[in-house]
Design a protein around this ligand. Structure first.
Ligand SMILES: [Fe+2]
Length: 197
């Protein structure tokens, strides 16, 4: 199986720091799917394949790929949407050079991060906050949100923006978000052991 952990990607890969929750959730999903030992091996191998020590944001990884520093970057797709629709012509040119690949399509599906919302414990505006959460789940808000952020709507049946449609459909890993939270500390330990800064 071709994975980013194989030696053919040596020096060709970019991904941000393990201090970021995106990577922590990704590794949590690997711990759940394959166990801690295999997740550690994966993190070690990916660390070895990096074109440089982790630095910068998801957008910076893509800018570096477009500049020829590496061939592939692990990023959230919505940042590509933001680059493609940036006011900055250079960032639009970066986006034009990149394509999206959704990994794991023959297995559990691509790892997905979420934008979450909740009510603060002890809030004195619980009812208003709940009404706002309910509003966020309406077709109107879901549609506006995906149109502005290039994230995928969580409510089914909402039309994707043309850019998301262009990237194509994909199978998403259905892992529970609560489980990602439970495994977060294990993921951080695993990154530290792997030497992924
Ligand atoms: Fe983000």
């Amino acid at each position: 199986m071709k994975t980013l952990a194989t030696a053919e990607w040596r020096g060709r890969l970019l991904v941000r720091s393990s201090a970021n929750v995106y990577n922590q959730s990704l590794l949590s999903s690997l711990i759940d799917a394959n166990g801690k030992q295999q997740a550690l091996q994966w993190a070690k191998a990916v660390r070895k394949n990096m074109a440089r020590p982790p630095q910068g944001s998801d957008r910076d990884q893509m800018r570096a790929v477009a500049a020829g520093l590496a061939d592939v970057a692990i990023v959230n797709t919505y940042y590509l949407g933001l680059l493609a629709n940036s006011d900055n012509q250079k960032d639009r040119a970066v986006a034009a050079q990149l394509k999206v690949f959704f990994p794991n399509q023959a297995a559990r599906g691509t790892h997905v991060n979420v934008s979450g919302a909740g009510v603060v414990a002890g809030s004195d505006q619980v009812e208003a906050a709940q009404r706002f959460l309910e509003y966020l789940a309406t077709d109107e808000a879901q549609s506006a949100f995906t149109g502005a952020t290039y994230e995928y709507p969580v409510v089914s049946g909402i039309e994707w923006s043309p850019l998301l449609q262009q990237w194509g459909t994909f199978k998403a890993d259905p892992i529970s978000l609560a489980l990602l939270g439970e495994l977060n500390a294990d993921a951080i330990r695993c990154f530290n052991q792997a030497g992924w800064e």
